[in-house]
Design a protein around this ligand. Sequence first.
Ligand code: PXP
Length: 238
Amino acid sequence: MAVKLGVNIDHVATVREARKTVEPEPIAAAVLAELGGADGITIHLRADRRHIKDRDLRLLRQVVKTRLNLEMAATEGMIKIALEVKPHQVTLVPEKPNEVTTEGGLDVEGNLEHIAQAVERLKRGGITVSIFVDPDPVQVKAAKEAGADFIEIHTGLYADATTEEERKAEYKKIVEAAQLAQNLGLRVNAGHGLNYRNVQPIASIPGIEELNIGHSIVARAVLVGMERAVREMKELLK
Ligand code: PXP
């Protein structure tokens, strides 16, 4: 069976926030992504609300017909919001205030008790829980201990590898982490930094169910849509 695609639409909200206005509308982007075949919609509600807002989360919960995956830090405030809005899935991620994007997996091993409590509360609320982890056996085992349903394996170092040797080494870690997770009874997703050139080897790893992809899809959407957008404006000027 083909691996599923979760489309991360955060960058649509980032463009909106560049002008603090109402367009582009992330809800519309989610609907179009679903029409294009997305199996799920992913958003990251950050503490600073720099792109996705609470209103986006609430509206998407009503509008998304596939599955809504909420990436969030395991903080008290975010857990309360998740339990109220009830997305289909929460993916716990680390969050630093000034990072450009999520920089790596969550240190589940180092925060086991706190993470396990968050997982338990979310699962009791009927939410499927995934934890974003590096392809590191210690973290994969800790995610199992914390009670997660899924892990999402961080593919960022594979995507950023600058030599073939480095890429192969990172790929091997991902393959092994996916295998270990399945042996432990965890379900497996993956994502970060995946694009039209590097995705296929990851999509072919046995047992990976879904890939979460954001930047490369939104970047391509801007370019493939540019010609039509300019043509439509030119028409108005005639
Ligand atoms: N998975 C997680 C946990 C993420 O934080 C992100 C970025 O928001 C993605 C996947 C998607 O990464 P990218 O935008 O590089 O495709």
